[in-house]
Write a protein that binds this ligand. Structure first.
Ligand SMILES: Cc1cc2nc3c(=O)[nH]c(=O)nc-3n(C[C@H](O)[C@H](O)[C@H](O)COP(=O)(O)OP(=O)(O)OC[C@H]3O[C@@H](n4cnc5c(N)ncnc54)[C@H](O)[C@@H]3O)c2cc1C
Length: 436
């Protein structure tokens, strides 16, 4: 079946669903193309295009930022979450506060974050090691270089449910007249004669052909691998394993764990796998009805790059972290929640993407400005996804760029021609960068 639309959005994930909402609200004839729910943590029978970073129950929301771009998108998006819930009737946001444990050795950086937060109107409390132990008795304080400074956002922070936020954004898209086509884009090419992009879509109910005047590709970490881009386009976007351990906690024994905020630890020491950067989610109820405390790493060397479709598929389909990843996360958990007595521990495998700029790519790939991308959450794109989607929609519609940083900052970069020789990891692929 052939359908023609004004804008096709490839990828019904966090950026794509947000962009589609803004496009349809602006009156564009928009179709979002993406797969529905894979089973479990990203497993399923289909190809790579079904895997996404939004198939989970919790992503950290904070407004205090490591840099001006992320602070602005995170803050703007967090401020809209309650409105999205109200408009869609879908709840997706839990405010439990967000704590960043900063190494004492980067105190000037910590002070700069405090000042920037103050200037942005975000209330952040500086908390000493002793006060942290008093306020969160279940929490251990890790031995970071020169001690630990706690930055606590008590209000307007916590975690969002990415599955439900995507559901809400898609509901708001269709409420404004947008359409959703379930399936994966398996081919995309330019038809100059017709002035259209031709997309081939393979879905649960067969094959579809879509003609689109404009295309926004928001296909996440696997964009280079999943067939979402036309031939000849490969972005400088690298995909990495994101191993997690989920500690099941007896619902009747949640106790002080219930009062935990989300936590990230910022350890700047280049100490390989001994680096203590990581993130921790407080107990969250998963679809199996059980409560899990979840822990993930911060780009230590055990976080491996996924270079081929085969490696990526095996990682997702297997849902097994490596022994080294498991050992690192278990050690972190012992440090962070020393008294935790889990009923069981399970593994979960997802993927994060990294750009050399540490910012998303929000820009066009062609001179005619009909093919755009919004990709590159860099491991923490969920909380800022609404604003990133809004910026992408403005770009597609040719509206003026209304963001404090210039549009060129987000220009997509092509992958270097020699993919094989990548040498040692540059700083942007080391802790603590990209930490949730
Ligand atoms: C374990 C983990 C923990 C994280 N924690 C946090 C956190 O605490 N806070 C935070 O802000 N962020 C966090 N993130 C990052 C955040 O989830 C991502 O940055 C965000 O989901 C990126 O949005 P996206 O739209 O680029 O990609 P995704 O949300 O992955 O969406 C991409 C979509 O495109 C689809 N797709 C791919 N190829 C095709 C194709 N060919 N055709 C059609 N569809 C296609 C995929 O199926 C998917 O639905 C975490 C990520 C992981 C993996």
């Amino acid at each position: 079946m052939q359908q023609n639309v004004e804008v096709a959005v490839v990828g019904a994930g966090m950026f794509g669903s947000a962009a589609a909402k803004y496009l349809s609200r602006a009156g564009a004839d928009v179709m979002v193309i993406g797969s529905g729910k894979p089973d479990g943590e990203g497993r399923g029978g289909g190809g790579l295009a079904q895997f996404g970073a939004h198939h989970d129950e919790a992503r950290i929301v904070r407004r205090m930022g490591w840099d001006p771009f992320w602070a602005a998108v995170d803050s703007r998006s967090a401020g809209r979450l309650r409105g999205i819930e109200a408009a869609s009737g879908i709840t997706c946001y839990h405010e439990c506060g967000a704590l960043a444990l900063m190494a004492g050795s980067i105190r000037p950086r910590t002070q700069a974050m405090l000042s920037a937060s103050k200037a942005d109107g975000v209330t952040v409390h500086l908390i000493s090691d002793a006060d942290l132990r008093r306020e969160f008795p279940a929490l251990g304080v890790p031995p970071l270089a020169d001690g630990v400074d706690g930055l606590l956002e008590r209000e307007g922070a916590g975690y969002l449910n990415p599955r439900r936020l995507v559901e809400a954004q898609l509901a708001l898209t269709t409420a404004s007249g947008g359409r959703i086509l379930r399936g994966a884009v398996t081919g995309i090419r330019r038809d100059e004669a017709a002035g259209l992009w031709r997309l081939q879509v393979t879905g649960g109910d067969g094959r579809h052909r879509v003609g689109a005047e404009k295309v926004l590709v928001a296909a996440g970490a696997l964009l280079n691998q999943s067939g979402a881009l036309p031939p000849g386009h490969t972005l400088d976007l690298r995909a990495f394993t994101e191993p997690n351990l989920l500690y099941e906690v007896d619902a009747g024994r949640l106790g002080p764990l219930r009062d935990l905020p989300t936590v990230v630890t910022v350890d700047p020491e280049d100490a390989g796998n001994a680096n203590l950067s990581h993130y921790l989610l407080p107990p969250v109820r998963y679809p199996d009805g059980k409560w899990y405390v979840r822990i993930g790493p911060g780009m230590q060397p055990v976080v491996r790059e996924l270079r081929t479709q085969r490696e990526t598929h095996a990682w997702y389909a297997g849902q097994r972290v490596t022994p080294e990843q498991g050992a690192l996360l278990a050690r972190m958990m012992r440090l962070m929640v020393p008294g935790l007595a889990p009923v069981s521990v399970r593994e979960a495998c997802c993927v994060v993407d990294k750009t050399p700029t540490r910012y998303p790519y929000i820009g066009h790939l062609d001179a005619d400005r009909t093919l755009a991308v919004a990709v590159g959450g860099n491991g923490h794109g969920a909380r800022g996804s609404d604003e990133i989607g809004r910026l992408a929609s403005a770009l597609v519609l040719g509206r003026p760029w209304d963001f404090p940083l210039p549009q060129e900052t987000f220009a997509p970069m092509a992958a270097p021609s020699d993919q094989a020789d990548r040498g040692t990891r540059p700083d942007y692929l080391k802790p603590p960068f990209g930490l949730c």
